[in-house]
Design a protein around this ligand. Sequence first.
Ligand code: HEC
Ligand code: HEC
Length: 391
Amino acid sequence: MFFDASLSGSGRMSCVTCHNPANAYAPANALAVQLGGPELNQPGARAVPSLTYLERTPKFVIRPDGKFDPDDGGVAKAARPVFSLLPDGKTWPANGPNSAKLAQLVPEGGMDWDARAATLPEQAGGPLFDPREMANRDGPALLARLRAAPYANEFIAVFGQEALRSPDSGLANAYLALARFQAEDRSFHAYDSKFDYYLAGRAQLSAQELRGLKLFDDPKKGNCAACHLDRPTKNRMAPAFTDYEFEALAAPRNRDLVANRDPAFFDEGLCGPARKDMAGQQQYCGLFKTPTLRNVATRQVFFHNGAIHSLEDAVRFYVERETRPEKWYPRQADGTVEMYDDLPPAHHTNVDVGDAPFNRHRGDEPALNDQEIEDVVAFLKTLTDGYLPAS
Ligand code: HEC
Ligand code: HEC
């Protein structure tokens, strides 16, 4: 099904069109967003993430602060949230009795940049029906495509006689199958990067890669590992390079995106508008999911809006956002820099300025110099799967 273009409205698009297995399940092209829809001419709204290393992502939940324990989570081993204030299908009152408590709560896990799908199976329905993606008109239309698929009999053998009787059961089974494929097939989580071999004592990092790793870890320099966790877990599971939490990094506005032609439109991640259930939760505006950095060197566009086009620039943005903002944001008519131009001013207070490398000021030296940026990039390249150790 993942490879089956007959499941799309155009008949020409499958999951693989955007999630190419030869490119860590992300597009091999440099477009900020991909084209889809019935005629394959509708631009998407966000950069396509890699689908590698999602298998340990916990189900979306809002929980009290305190670091997530990666040993507890994962779609393969259903996550047990501490508690959930977000029962399925319920919305929160914007200024309800829980709002003070909510401010100390941390959203975690889920699928998509804004985690609007809580789990992998829930996510699968998104692209199948998105009019800019696989563009199925409705459930019955997709059910008809599943019934006509060459694997319809296998589908019934696995899920039972009723499996393709109604759209409800047909779609639920299809989502489950797509999710299990992504959770189980080793190609989605090979754990065979140079860094994995290094952790296992079977490969050495070069001097430059080691310098990059140190800068990645150093809380006063890159501080990257604060969010992109790079240590094996307590149970000796390989690092996921994400803490599954959300941050407002204020990536520059991508003026090429169709929706952004409207100056009043802002994609604000957790608080919408693509995600609906947390509209009005001001403290979550501008926050996007911390992605894994595994396979990040295979990407050609970076951050949720694809505004940045090289890995080096992605790292440079971190250290220059506060120190040299004029390089990243446009100038207003009066000559001042339009800081955080992809967020409405009311939500600028959500932008992370407390953590290194963001805790510097205009004109300060960036936390990493040019050589150090190169070193971090060299380290990030060790996270690409498919490394062949000497023996
Ligand atoms: C037209 C391109 C396109 C197609 C086709 C497509 N996707 Fe995606 N996929 C995206 C984009 C864009 C996102 C990010 C969406 C967002 O954050 O709103 C995404 C996100 C995802 C995610 C979440 C990843 C993460 O890091 O949270 C999963 C899982 C996924 N897609 C699976 C699939 C599956 C399964 C199919 C086929 C049924 C599919 N996609 C088809 C473009 C596509
Ligand atoms: C405070 C948490 C935090 C810290 C610290 C942090 N990141 Fe990130 N990183 C994120 C979040 C959140 C995103 C996604 C933001 C978005 O798309 O708007 C991200 C995205 C990225 C991306 C783009 C990945 C992609 O698939 O598009 C790269 C590359 C990256 N980070 C590298 C780094 C490096 C290198 C450092 C250290 C210099 C670092 N990060 C420090 C949270 C963090």
